[in-house]
Design a binder for this molecule. Structure first.
Ligand code: TXA
Ligand code: MG
Length: 326
């Protein structure tokens, strides 16, 4: 492939170029509020195949379809349950992905051959603008996984995307740094009770609060039997989001320091992951900090986990996966 173009998301030329590439079946990395996504026209099977090829991702791992408007989401769904309507109204645009039965408008390349499709309306203004323009040109939505090489750390800046995919994709649209920093929460609306398949940018407590008024229940199925979760949502592999260096995780600062002394005494080269006390800051900077820690390829990166409330649940999930043995 030719060189990857770096486009500015704050200029008309940048947006125009991104639209043109996407309409003609190319792949462009785009900013969202969670992480950068590697996008292609969801209705164009050969464009969607390019996503898998450039990421090195197995084609059985389904992609999220991004749309500008909840009304566009319904076109992609064979069935739009009341639960999806309720959650879309409460959290879209935003870091929430809803799993529903797919309509014939969605090629099976997007869903890895599954009968369901994962959909979200992202909250990033540049992404929304792009999706609207593309919709006017007849594009049903953008299929987009996180814009990193398969198994590595998700990108939260245009530079991160280039670090992983330069030369492998057509362009990156620079929209600055992502302000949520962890991927969207995924809710399976095809099941009663509803299931959390992946904790993410919308804390489960907020979703439960919305569901409370209805008779809908929610269960967390992301952290239980790994085999089962894997079958429901392929791609939630144990060793995902992983730096090159070994990552060790700790519940408390004290435990981390005790281990650090031990490792230092052994002569290991160690780096401590910054862990801001404000959980929003922790989340926003998590992946960038993991990348920085990884640069010198230390023997060990040590991380202190946040409490398992709010966004802390998603951070814990990612760090646990990043620390899993490969
Ligand atoms: O915040 C996000 O969700 C970002 C931005 C770019 O939108 N996207 C993202 O995509 O994290 P990705 O591909 O890295 O993770 C999406 C996960 C997949 O691992 C897969 O397990 C699940 O969504 N998924 C997608 N479609 C599915 C389906 N039909 N059935 C089950 N799981 C699905
Ligand atoms: Mg990913």
């Amino acid at each position: 492939m030719t060189a990857t173009r770096l486009l500015s998301g704050s200029t008309e030329e940048g947006l125009d170029a991104a639209v043109e590439i996407l309409v003609s079946g190319g792949v462009v990395a785009l900013p969202t509020e969670t992480v950068y996504g590697l996008a292609a026209d969801a209705g164009n099977e050969s464009a969607v195949h390019k996503i898998f090829a450039s990421k090195g991702r197995p084609t059985t791992h389904p992609l999220i379809a991004h749309v500008a408007d909840p009304a566009h989401a319904r076109v992609l769904a064979a069935d739009w349950p009341a639960s999806a309507e309720l959650l879309a109204e409460a959290f879209w645009p935003g870091p929430l992905t809803l799993l529903v039965e797919k309509s014939d408008a969605v090629p099976s390349a997007v869903t890895g051959g599954r009968s369901t499709v994962a959909i979200r309306v992202p909250a990033h203004p540049i992404m929304l603008q792009l999706l609207s323009r593309l919709h006017e040109k007849g594009v049903i939505g953008l299929a987009a996984p996180s814009a990193n090489r398969f198994g590595s750390i998700s990108p939260t800046s245009a530079q991160h995307v280039l670090d992983d995919l330069d030369g492998l994709i057509d362009a990156v649209l620079d929209g600055g740094e992502c302000n949520v920093g962890v991927e969207s929460t995924i809710i399976d609306c095809t099941n009663d009770p509803l299931r959390v398949l992946r904790p993410g940018g919308v804390p489960t407590e907020r979703i439960e609060a919305v569901l409370k008024a209805s008779s809908l229940d929610l269960v967390e199925s992301f952290d239980t039997a790994t085999d089962k979760t894997e079958a429901i949502a392929p791609g939630m592999l144990e060793s995902h989001y992983a730096p090159e260096s070994r990552l060790e995780i700790f519940e408390t600062e004290e435990q981390m320091h005790a281990r650090l002394s031990e490792l230092n005494a052994e002569g290991s080269r160690c780096v401590v992951l910054p862990h801001p006390t404000n959980v929003d800051d922790y989340s926003r900077t998590l992946y960038a900090n993991l990348r920085v820690c990884d640069v010198g390829r230390p023997d060990v990166i040590l991380a202190v986990l946040p409490a398992a409330v709010g966004l802390g649940v998603a951070i814990r999930d990612r760090l646990r996966k990043a620390s899993a043995a490969r």
